[in-house]
Write a protein that binds this ligand. Sequence first.
Ligand SMILES: Cc1cc2nc3c(=O)[nH]c(=O)nc-3n(C[C@H](O)[C@H](O)[C@H](O)COP(=O)(O)OP(=O)(O)OC[C@H]3O[C@@H](n4cnc5c(N)ncnc54)[C@H](O)[C@@H]3O)c2cc1C
Length: 433
Amino acid sequence: MSQSVQAAASAAHAPSYYAASGLPQSERAPLRGSVEADVVVIGAGYTGLSSALHLAEAGFKVVVLEAAKVGWGASGRNGGQLVHSYSRDMDVIEARYGSTTAQALGSMAFEGAKIIRERIDKYQIDCHFKPGGMFAAITAKQVKQLEHHKQLWERYGHQQLSLLDATESEAAIGTGRYRATLLDHSAGHMHPLRLAQGEAAAFESLGGVVHEGSPVLRIERGDPAVVHTAQGHAKARFVIVACNAYIGGLEPQLASRSMPCGTQVIATEPLGDRFPEILPTDYCVEDSNFLLDYFRLSGDRRLLYGGGVIYGARDPQHVESIIRPKLLKTFPQLKDVRIDYGWTGNFLLTLSRLPEVGRLSSNIYYSQGCSGHGVTFTHLIGRVLSEVIQGQANRFDAFANLPHYPFPGGRWFRVPLTALGAWYYDLRDKLQI
Ligand SMILES: Cc1cc2nc3c(=O)[nH]c(=O)nc-3n(C[C@H](O)[C@H](O)[C@H](O)COP(=O)(O)OP(=O)(O)OC[C@H]3O[C@@H](n4cnc5c(N)ncnc54)[C@H](O)[C@@H]3O)c2cc1C
């Protein structure tokens, strides 16, 4: 059984800190019988919800079909860090795809975070938003990379960056582990499930409808297209497929050029006043390793610490035993602190690490595969998908024209091969080369 269909069978969130502290929700009934809409969106993560909300704001009648619950996937489980741009650096994009593509993508690289901030303000979404995010360097080589990163982003018009030396970084984070950090004043962090739930509520306030517990089993091509669930179907002029790493068997061609990967997060007990040196700035942090660690304080001062990548996305039995050693390497003073929650979630990796966006037919669109950093991109692409449905395709095409390739060796080989890649990068991180 695919993970999305399994999700629908239980329809419960992963046992995360976020699920235990989400916004109050009323039941959303599964789809039964026949409905008609201008647009049907499949999946109620940020990609689906962001698209649905943009379209509802533009006056479209939109129905969202979600296999489990709003924010059940990566959007309700992630590190909560608003990181700008893409999972591939702009200079690599420039070198591989040319300056026209780089300019087009660069002009959108900082828009997603703005959309999130605007929505939080406009719809008064109580998601514990806090400003400021840091990239942290462990090795001398990574310090150079941060300097380069700053220059690169400044070239694309993003000026709100400061480099901090080792002493300043230690004062801001509470660990002597880092040689330098790059502080992005316009980044930030929030409770990701509350953001998804708040966006769903905003969408519903504009007349939009979300059906939970409604896994889509089949999309019938045509105009209108017909989207089938076990107990009903929805007809629409346009369909958006926004299922990302949890797509399972729906539309196999969307699974061929990407790979689901698991990453894990733990949440400590609330730290209260006991460790005032830990993140006094309340910024979020991610390190610069290829297999990176990411952490931040929650609204009630728990340390949320994430890391680890499982290629192929098998659910690990003991999340705490994977992540706790990483946490203690950064904050050894927390050795006696209790871990209250541990969970895993899946993101979708593409070979190029750039998102995969396109059309399955003239009126069926998709976006997936942000390859790790997806909180801001999913919000940007929601706007871009709403634009293409309204007849403006230029920004959509900038993404849709990016080439994507199957993982070498095909579906069965891609896990061992990329696991080997992970082993290599882990070794590189460890040897600091
Ligand atoms: C643990 C973790 C930490 C992360 N941390 C960060 C971070 O700090 N910053 C950052 O930028 N990015 C982070 N990411 C990545 C980011 O969360 C994702 O890129 C983003 O949330 C993807 O959103 P989405 O809407 O495309 O997919 P999802 O949120 O996964 O949503 C897909 C939805 O589709 C539904 N679905 C699937 N199949 C069907 C079907 N057949 N019918 C109906 N519905 C279906 C699923 O149930 C699910 O709700 C993290 C990811 C994980 C897993």
